[in-house]
Structures are given as C-alpha cells and as structure tokens.
Design a protein around this ligand. Structure first.
Ligand code: HEC
Length: 249
C-alpha cells in the first residue's frame, strides 16, 4: 500500500506543482527549438551577458557547436571567453564552466548564481521569459533593482542597456497596507524597443531550453521513424501470420 501511495505521489507531484505555480501570471515565450538562427543568437547572448556569473556545466562548447551548426573554429574565435584550470583559454572540447569562485560570488551577490543547465526544466521557458522582462528600479535593493516575478532577487538587471529601466506602478492601496504591483512601466529607454528586446529574451530562452535537453530534437524526429517502422512491421507480421496459418483451417 505504501509503495502504491508513493508511486501515486511521484506520478502526480509535478502536476500539483504546476497547479500551484499557475497563480503567477507568466507570459508565453513561444520558442521554436527548430529555429537554428535563434539558437545561435541565444548562445551568443548567453555567453556575452550571462556566463560571467552562470555556468552551463553539463554542456561542452563542441557539442553546442555541432548541434547549432557552428564550426569549432567559429566557436573558438567568437564564443570562448573562459579559461581552463591552467589559465589557458578553454578548449572547444571543454565543459561550459565559469571562472568566478563561489566565495567571490557570495560576497558580491549574497548568493551563488546557480548553474543554468537545467533551469528551463526546473522553472520552465515561460518563467525565464517573464523573469528577464520583470526587473524594475528599487533603491532599497543592493543592485538597485528588484523583480516582480522573483521577489528580492540577488541578480542585477544585466540586460538593462538593451531593455532600459522599468518603474513599478502599484494598485490603489490603503495607507500602510501591503502594496501590489499592477504593472511595470518603461521609464528609461534602452537601446532596443520592446519587440526587439522580447526577441532577444526569446532567443536566450530558446538556447536555455536547448541546453536543458540537447537531444530533444533528435529524440522527437527519431520517434516518428520508430513509430513508422512499428506500423510497417505490424503489417508484415500480420501477412506472415496469414501465410503460416492459411493451410490449417
Ligand atoms: C552579475 C552576475 C549575474 C549575471 C551576469 C547574470 N545573472 Fe542570473 N543570477 C545571478 C544571481 C546572483 C542569481 C541568484 C538570485 C537569487 O537567488 O536571489 C541569478 C539567478 C538567475 C535565474 C534564476 C535561477 C533560479 O532558478 O533560481 C535565472 C533564470 C537567471 N539568473 C538567468 C540569467 C540570464 C539568462 C542571464 C544573462 C542574460 C543572467 N542570469 C546573468 C547573477 C547573475
């Protein structure tokens, strides 16, 4: 009975988790994992804007290169800024780790920036898409910004030059009562307009979703062939059965 209950819990836990998370409004990322240009741009943004602090340590540069249609030389020349343990630039076969030590990160941000290899699965692409568009100015925070999706976040708004800066507008509230954000308003322009910034974030999320499951594309395209094979094989097996049994009746 206990095992049955445990099996039930394991099967349905993710569903209950999803249900409780749905109270927060998430914008749809609408990513397209087959769009290679978007994945390549996402990799470039990730390496330039995020890898100072976040690793994707289960991924190798070379694997990323071949999956995204880049040559090893292109990656070596344009996308490797980290160094290996001996201080030389990371090799194309290296894992995508970072050089910042946990101790330094803790002192700078109060928390160590997590590895993002699986974040698209643990949080969901829609969550990351919403998160990167939800930073707003807040003088009471050490980084000068807060996030309406991830309250009191330790991460600075690293894409502020692109997006600009947003200010929170609050719902009408009683004096002294807790304030609730109604929406965020862009009060300082960035170098991109809203649609362009959303595309940058979508590309980034697309890349993180790819990193979270690099074989997804292959797995799904192979699945079609496997099913097709099974259908054809069933037909052949049936014909064979008919042939074997035809004289017995
Ligand atoms: C200057 C360092 C720094 C940079 C650069 C940075 N982050 Fe972060 N990030 C952090 C820290 C610190 C946290 C942990 C926040 C916390 O727990 O309060 C974090 C948290 C996150 C989280 C939430 C992870 C989770 O599940 O809790 C995501 C997603 C994320 N960052 C994505 C990005 C992306 C995408 C970029 C590049 C556009 C980026 N970060 C660049 C420091 C950074």
């Amino acid at each position: 009975m206990k095992t049955l209950l445990l099996a039930f819990l394991i099967t349905f836990m993710p569903l209950t988790g999803m249900a409780s998370g749905s109270s927060v409004h998430l914008d749809e990322a609408n990513i397209d994992p087959t769009d290679n240009a978007s994945l390549q741009r996402g990799a470039k943004y990730f390496i330039n804007y995020c890898m100072g602090c976040h690793s994707v340590k289960y991924q190798r540069y070379s694997r990323m290169a071949s999956d995204l249609g880049l040559s090893d030389i292109q990656v070596e020349d344009n996308l490797i800024f980290t160094t290996d343990e001996d201080g030389a630039p990371s090799k194309v076969g290296s894992l995508m780790t970072i050089n910042m030590s946990d101790k330094y990160a803790k002192a700078a941000f109060g928390v160590v920036p997590p590895d993002l290899s699986l974040v698209a699965r643990s949080r969901s692409p829609d969550w990351i898409y919403t998160y990167l568009r939800s930073f707003y100015l807040d003088d009471s925070r050490p980084m000068g910004v807060n996030n309406s999706l991830f309250k009191n976040v330790g991460m600075p708004h690293v894409l502020w030059e692109l997006q600009g800066l947003q200010t929170a507008r609050y719902e009408a509230h009683e004096e002294g009562a807790e304030k609730h954000i109604s929406h965020l308003e862009l009060t300082q322009k960035g170098s991109l307009n809203e649609a362009e910034y959303n595309t940058v974030v979508r590309d980034l999320v697309n890349f993180l979703a790819y990193v979270a499951e690099p074989t997804k594309q292959k797995r799904e395209s192979m699945g079609i062939w496997v099913i097709l094979f099974l259908i054809i094989f069933t037909f052949i097996a049936y014909q064979l059965k008919k042939e074997y049994w035809k004289d017995i009746h």
